[in-house]
Design a protein around this ligand. Structure first.
Ligand code: NAD
Length: 295
């Protein structure tokens, strides 16, 4: 009797389920903090203006805070707020013991220098991990608060990889919020990391050498099947909203996932990296709260 060729199904890394578990852990940690100190960790969410996408993101973050038992402190400012007013608010929040984490929803209205604003947040309350002190700590491997999306990516990878030593990882995209910090985290685990970007030559050839690909370009279906070697792990960070001819909208990742049946594991879009980002924001808030209370 002829035997069917052996086929190995690709593992779909379920970001939703992993984020739900992280949220449960965070909730338990919040309860422990309340039991020990009497108050729940507090996250201040600052929204300047009324950008519709930002409204949605802020709404989601506040809803998740509630689920985890974290106090959310909403600070809404009009679009014509000047830089000085925003900086003064940050100073106030830095000095407020009831606030453990500060999140400034980006983008900020024109006329406000985002880097000046982010640099003003106390590094101890910088739950987005964007402050230069935290960026420096990440690069030198000396702790600090780590940006949420890269942290979430590592948690997803940890479900399928236990030892990163010597693995070839290709990161596509070199942004400060995803590409660069995730590269630092992977280097800390002793992976061999190649960071690529829009000017990289022969990207498909480079990607084909990878044991792990982290695609964070914001270029829908950039990573095709022939870019990926059999057995590779592929993390799709990209999210691009596209509108079809009939007016329906869809979210597309950076990877043509339907062409990746030869990969070992992939993350779906949506339901992969996305849910991890908010879950990691809450876990960073609890971490900041624990450090502040134990200090
Ligand atoms: P960015 O625009 O700041 O950076 C994109 C990077 O990709 C740049 O370094 C650019 O050189 C590179 N790039 C762009 N097109 C490329 C191409 N064709 N080939 C090779 N490199 C290319 O973007 P970002 O803020 O890092 O976000 C990247 C994507 O990840 C976006 O789709 C964004 O929506 C998504 N994202 C998702 C989450 C999440 O929670 N799931 C969080 C952050 C970003």
């Amino acid at each position: 009797m002829a035997t069917a060729p052996e086929t190995q199904a690709v593992t779909l890394i379920d970001g939703k389920a992993i984020a739900a578990r992280l949220l449960e852990t965070t909730r338990a940690e919040v309860e422990a903090i309340v039991a020990a100190h009497g108050t729940a960790p507090g996250l201040a969410v600052v929204l300047v203006g009324n950008d519709p996408a930002s409204e949605v993101y802020v709404g989601r973050k506040i809803a998740q805070c509630r689920k985890a038992g974290i106090r959310s402190i909403e600070k809404r400012l009009p679009a014509d707020t000047d830089e000085g007013t925003l900086l003064a608010l940050i100073d106030e929040m830095n000095a407020d013991d009831a606030i453990d984490g500060i999140l400034i929803q980006l983008p900020l209205p024109r006329g406000i220098d985002a880097s000046l604003v982010l640099d003003r947040i106390s590094p101890a309350k910088d739950v987005d991990g964007f402050h230069p002190v935290n960026v420096g700590r990440l690069s030198s491997g000396t702790g600090g608060l780590v940006p949420c999306t890269p942290l979430g990516i590592m948690m997803l990878l940890d479900t399928v990889i236990s030892d990163y030593r010597g693995l070839n990882v290709v990161v596509i995209g070199k942004s400060n919020i995803v590409g660069k910090p995730v590269s630092m985290l992977l280097l800390e685990r002793e992976a061999t990391v190649t960071v690529t970007h829009i000017e990289t030559r022969n990207l498909p050839d480079i990607a084909r050498q990878a044991d792990v690909i982290v695609a964070a370009a914001g270029a829908p279906h950039l990573v095709r099947g022939y870019w990926v070697k059999p057995g590779a792990v592929v993390i799709d960070v990209g999210i691009t909203r596209v509108t079809d001819a009939d007016g329906t909208t869809r979210l597309l990742g950076d990877c043509a996932t339907h062409e990746l049946s030869h990969a070992a594991a992939v993350t779906p879009v949506p339901g992969g990296v996305g849910p991890m980002t908010i879950a990691c924001l809450l876990s960073n808030t609890v971490r900041a709260a624990r450090i502040a209370r134990d200090a």
